[in-house]
Design a protein around this ligand. Structure first.
Ligand code: SF4
Ligand code: SF4
Length: 88
């Protein structure tokens, strides 16, 4: 059971810059980043994908050694359904 998730931020992920180190996964307080399991970038690394519920806290962009994330704080929180519909 899961309804819409309140989302306060959005991150743009430069997947080609990612080296698959996983640091961002544990750094994300609401746990809305997960690594791909099969998909890899052109250099062969798995990369993070964003689920609804980002708070715009910037922890991911602060910990990432490779500047993969651009974080945007939303002016107003939005409810995003769990399948990702409605993401900016
Ligand atoms: S900004 Fe914060 S909440 Fe959003 S993905 Fe990054 S670490 Fe997670
Ligand atoms: S911290 Fe950066 S380089 Fe490491 S997995 Fe996350 S996005 Fe990729």
């Amino acid at each position: 059971m899961s309804g819409p998730t309140l989302t306060r931020g959005h991150v743009v992920i430069d997947v080609e810059a990612c080296k698959g180190c996983d640091l961002c996964i544990d750094a994300c307080p609401p746990g809305v980043l997960t690594m791909t399991t099969h998909a890899v970038n052109r250099r062969g690394y798995r990369y993070p994908v964003l689920a609804p519920g980002c708070t715009g806290c910037k922890a991911c962009s602060q910990i990432c050694p490779d500047f993969v994330f651009q974080v945007y704080k939303l002016a107003e929180p939005v409810e995003v359904s769990v399948d990702g519909e409605g993401a900016p």
